[in-house]
Design a binder for this molecule. Sequence first.
Ligand code: HEC
Ligand code: HEC
Length: 335
Amino acid sequence: MSLTKTSRGALIPALFIVAVSGIAFFSCNSAEGDEQAGKESESQPIKIDTTKIPDSKFGTAVKYGRQLMLNTAYYIGPNGIKGKFLGNKMSCTNCHQDAGTKLFSFNLMKSHEDYPQYRAREGKILTLAERVNNCVMRPHNGKPLPLDGEEMVALLSYFKWINSFVPKGDPFKGQKNKSIDLPTTAASPERGQLLYGRHCERCHGKDGEGMLQKNQLTYLYPPLWGPEGYQPGSSMHRNIKQAQWLKTNMPYDKASADAPFLTDAEALDIASFVNSDDIHKRPNPKNLDYPHAGEKAIDYAHQPFVDPFTEKQHRLGPWQPIIDYWNSKGYTPTY
Ligand code: HEC
Ligand code: HEC
């Protein structure tokens, strides 16, 4: 079951559609939820029914929060009608699909209960509002929303409301993206370029520039690199992280969680091409992240490291030797 087509239908012609409902499946697995294959028989349907948003002041904030997710740049983009916060015209839903409710697509249904949380990238505890602003600043290349402003309050209200559809406590299947097998050889941006031409270019364009909607305010196909794309400090710029998402979500019209289109190795090749900074320019290339090198995600390819591997190997793999080294030294490898 894929929610993609319904939400796309809503996104393209109708900027103001509020109600998009769909059925998702979850199962209450242990912490390694998405690693545990074969548990889907335990799945129960969850219905996200936006017609159930309460008719109250809180409900009004939830609805606005949902609209902000779906048409972010329309409201707060470079020419936004409610404020000019984003540096580009992407919408949150371009990555957190179906306004953060699609499974295996950087799902946000648990975020409300998962914060405040220690974040290794910043080396400190962040509130959910601060975490939202990280995405406003990095993938959207913008300036932070005021923490008590109408937009932030609406987004937090929306996250609280979607959280009410998932069981408390345990992670659910689809909260995290699908895991991928890491190949024993390095990813190849050259192969990735060929695959990009075959599977991605028809929507995202030859130069990764994407295509704006007719209103010129938001994207029909969001950009993948260049001045309008996400910053290198975004999580999407990490190759394993991106490949895990591509596997079940791209090409947009062909991939689904039940039937991934790209192989794991192809997804890594393509991500390594999309994220090649020596080929593609991005806004704000400075990186001052992960104050503690032993907490760095292994596909975050910037010195200093606690291991002897090169930036290139952190970027392209093979990653297993890095993982083995980290385990042998008592560090916890994450990606
Ligand atoms: C270019 C893609 C992209 C865009 C656009 C984007 N995000 Fe994110 N966001 C991510 C990625 C990747 C993560 C990290 C997820 C992970 O670590 O698994 C993330 C994480 C988050 C988290 C933390 C989730 C959690 O539970 O830890 C929140 C909240 C969030 N984003 C909100 C937003 C909002 C609100 C917007 C729009 C203003 C937005 N994002 C736009 C890619 C994006
Ligand atoms: C049929 C058109 C289509 C094809 C083909 C396609 N995409 Fe997308 N892509 C989209 C749409 C539409 C979105 C936004 C999703 C949404 O808003 O729900 C998107 C979003 C993305 C994003 C996150 C947002 C951003 O711009 O950073 C990435 C990354 C991405 N696609 C990469 C790829 C890659 C890599 C391929 C090839 C394997 C691919 N896409 C193929 C339509 C397409």
